[in-house]
Design a protein around this ligand. Structure first.
Ligand SMILES: CC1(C)O[C@@H]2[C@@H](CO[C@@]3(CNc4nc5cc6c(=O)[nH]c(N)nc6cc5[nH]4)OC(C)(C)O[C@@H]23)O1
Length: 375
């Protein structure tokens, strides 16, 4: 079988152990560590594919659960798959829907065969199984698809977590068997186990024995403290094959991206930049700016003086504050554009720091500017 996803390890940072790599996909090759903008409903909210390309986005996310409900994976398949449907010719990754069932839906019941729950839009009864989740992702046609897993709530007892990861491992095997397009779409396994080292080891062992083309670390960015996330990464990433991509799901903020890269993560995704952008909060090299604050009413400087993005080259804080206050759509386009650009450029700086074996120094400088170190 020719795997459609290949990870090329370029070098390891001598200061931190972070990896510089290239993720090869059927829709292009992209440097890692990388940030992947999230386009849940087949659009990265308010941004066009051309804008995403000009800022350097390589792989974007879409979501199985949401697209299954609207417009339906059959319509996307009829359109020729997600790349044709949304006019995006670079990489696409779809999450399997498992997490959305747990994070969005009421009244869910988990059984060996799958999960019974209700459609969060109209209350209809629904059922998702490993086989159904892979069938939907095969129809959507993303380059990378995710195994159907259970992401238990945080915190969860050791006993619950042990039952859960053993079922998630059985589900992962069922996903591999159900996968109809292994030569075109790389199926990634998702390691679970919460904050329990023994369970993370067991989950990783099970999944690595199934030889996936890539692995995600799931069950994080679900409300746990950052120290817990960092500790879990410290004992989980070394369990994963060094020649395969490692994807930390749902992360994240600038500090978490840097700390995740230092702990051996290659791929990140998060709704953060577009989600906070829509309420007028922007990430800048000097920390977060809440643009609606009155202090910016007569501030004719760019959102971020150190940013060269379209928003920062052409518009002022005063103007963007005005648009956001007036609910003008152009306002959230400008903030979303800047925030996605900011994280994509942050990862470029991280990759450059790895090339120069100085990612720990870069972390120090960035945290100082951004204000993470300040009490
Ligand atoms: C950080 C931020 C802003 O991201 C928001 C909100 C709450 O956290 C997020 C992001 N965290 C997140 N952890 C995940 C874990 C898994 C997982 O274990 N399995 C599978 N299949 N998919 C996952 C997707 C994940 N997303 O999750 C939702 C609820 C999607 O909104 C996101 O806070």
């Amino acid at each position: 079988m020719t795997t459609p996803i290949r990870f090329e390890l370029i070098k390891t940072c001598r200061q931190t152990g972070a990896r510089l790599g290239i993720l090869h996909t059927p829709h292009g090759s992209f440097e890692t560590p990388m940030f992947m903008p999230v386009g849940t409903l087949a659009t990265v909210k308010t941004l066009s594919p051309e804008e995403l390309k000009e800022m350097g986005a390589g792989v974007i996310l879409s979501n199985t659960y949401h697209l299954w409900l609207r417009p339906g994976h059959d319509i996307v398949e009829e359109a020729g798959g997600l790349h044709a449907f949304m006019n995006w010719d670079r990489g696409i990754l779809t999450d399997s829907g498992g997490f959305q069932v747990f994070s969005l839906s009421e009244f869910r019941r988990i059984e060996e065969e799958g999960v019974y729950f209700r459609n969060h839009l109209n209350g209809d009864k629904l059922f998702l199984s490993p086989e159904k989740a892979v069938e939907i992702q095969n129809a959507l046609g993303a380059d990378i698809i995710m195994a159907f897993d259970e992401c238990p709530p945080y915190p969860a007892t050791y006993e619950y977590m042990k039952q859960s990861i053993e079922r998630t491992s059985r589900w992962a095997e069922r996903c591999l068997k159900a996968h109809r397009r292994p030569n075109e779409q790389g199926l990634f396994g998702i390691v679970q186990g919460g904050e329990y080292e023994e369970l993370r080891r067991q989950s990783a062992r099970d999944l690595v024995s199934l030889d996936f083309p890539g692995y995600a670390v799931g069950g994080l960015s679900v409300g746990e403290p950052k120290e817990v996330m960092n500790r879990v990464l410290e004992f989980t990433t070394p369990l994963l094959p060094a020649d395969k991509p490692r994807y930390l799901m749902g992360v994240g903020s600038p500090d978490s991206l840097i700390d995740g890269a230092i702990r051996g993560i290659d791929m990140f995704d998060c709704v953060l930049p577009t989600r906070i952008g829509r309420n007028g909060t922007v990430m800048t090299s000097e920390g977060r700016v809440v643009i609606k604050n009155a202090q910016y009413a007569r501030d004719f400087s760019p959102l971020d003086p150190n940013c060269d993005c379209y928003t920062c080259r052409n518009y002022t804080r005063a103007y963007i504050r005005h648009l956001i206050k007036c609910d003008e759509t152009f306002g959230i386009r400008l903030t979303s554009y800047h925030n996605v650009y900011f994280l994509i450029k942050l990862m470029e700086q991280v990759r450059q720091a790895i090339r120069e074996d100085r990612l720990a120094d870069f972390r120090e400088e960035f945290f100082e500017c951004y204000g993470f170190n300040k009490p």
